[in-house]
Ligand binder design. Structure first.
Ligand code: FDA
Length: 311
């Protein structure tokens, strides 16, 4: 309930003003975001790789309405990939990038899907040059079909292009089956948005069951599953499924967000599992932060208490 309220309220200018100017926000941003610039993100990446983790960098920002802005975001990604390569961090996919289709044009009033496809193709070309990969993030449920079409269109040229499925959506187990093809990189997450019950499971329990079903489909297929969750139980199920399917550790990976359960990230990596940290950077952190707050009731109440005491 708190989660739904926060996600719904986050669109209002008043809430945005309240959250972005609250003193407590600075610490929360620092917890979840690597910094404002590519150079800061590259430095954090270096540290994470040195500690045995893998990284996927995300330049914060979404829902671009201006073609020039979409082009600028694309240039940011190609520049970032150049910096990762120059620092020797990209080779073998150790540091890759995650891209939101609406950040590179999907939501443009005209030719949005075409623009996003072309921009993601540019980022894929830069990633190939750098020796690494790209994963296309999944956004609101209304964007799923277009996002899957973009991935489908680009995969013949870029077979290692990853995509994301959200277990909260009723369609996702079937989508997993369609995407569980040889070499297919699929990130499975619960879903950070607030879709209507007509397309999504309304309870956490049902979302978890859907995740477990989708995870079985991916683990038993010939693709490359990327299990994005901090949920202890689902991590255990994933490890058990990998053992049952006799999957070697290099044939799948766990993924977690920067700032969330870092000790578990290190623990899993120390068992020989591949663990990738999703590392956002940039100044447009507002909506990313709201989704992180909404994921954990303790975060919301801590935040509300801090706001009240700051008054
Ligand atoms: P759940 O929310 O049940 O959390 C399990 C436990 O993890 C909690 O009890 C708590 O201990 C801890 N935890 C989780 N979130 C926390 C937080 N914000 N702060 C502190 N502790 C927290 N979503 C999407 O819609 N599209 C996408 O493309 C992606 N991409 C993506 C990449 C990666 C690498 C990850 C890890 C996640 C995403 N997500 C995403 C977000 C995802 O859908 C989901 O919202 C979060 O991962 C939280 O779900 P969990 O599976 O962790 O379970």
């Amino acid at each position: 309930m708190l989660r739904r309220m926060l996600l719904a309220a986050s669109g209002s200018d008043r809430t945005r003003q309240l959250i972005t100017t609250a003193p407590v926000t600075r610490g929360l941003v620092a917890r979840y975001v690597a910094g404002e610039t590519a150079a800061e993100a590259v430095a954090v990446t270096q540290g994470l790789l040195a500690s045995g983790l893998l990284v996927s960098l995300d330049h914060l920002g979404e829902d671009t309405r201006d073609p020039d802005q979409a082009a600028a975001v694309t240039a940011e990604y190609t520049g970032l990939l150049g910096q990762l390569a120059a620092a020797g961090l990209a080779r073998g996919g150790r540091a890759e990038v995650s891209v939101k289709p609406t950040a590179v044009g999907l939501g443009l009033a005209e030719h949005g899907e075409k623009t996003a496809t072309e921009n993601i193709a540019r980022i894929c070309a830069a990633a190939r040059e750098a020796g690494t990969t790209v994963t296309v993030d999944m956004e609101e449920h209304t964007r799923v079909d277009a996002t899957l079409r973009i991935v489908d269109q680009l995969r013949p040229d870029h077979p290692d292009l990853g995509c994301v499925l959200q277990a909260q959506l009723r369609r996702s187990v079937a989508d997993c089956a369609g995407l569980a093809t040889a070499g297919s990189r699929v990130r499975l997450c619960k879903g950070a948005y607030d879709p209507p019950d007509s397309v999504a499971f309304p309870t956490r329990h049902e979302v978890d069951r859907s995740y477990a079903r989708a995870l079985r489909v991916l683990m038993n297929g010939p693709g490359y599953p990327m299990l994005a969750t901090h949920d202890r139980r689902l991590i255990q199920i994933a490890a058990a499924q990998a053992a049952l399917a006799a999957r070697p550790p290099e044939s799948f990976e766990f993924q977690m967000l920067y700032g969330v359960r870092p000790a578990e990230q290190r623990r899993l990596a120390s068992t020989g599992a591949q663990v990738r940290v999703y590392l956002p950077y940039g100044s447009d952190w507002y909506r990313y932060l709201v989704r992180r707050l909404a994921e954990r009731p303790a975060n919301v109440s801590f935040f509300l208490r801090s706001l009240a005491s700051a008054r």
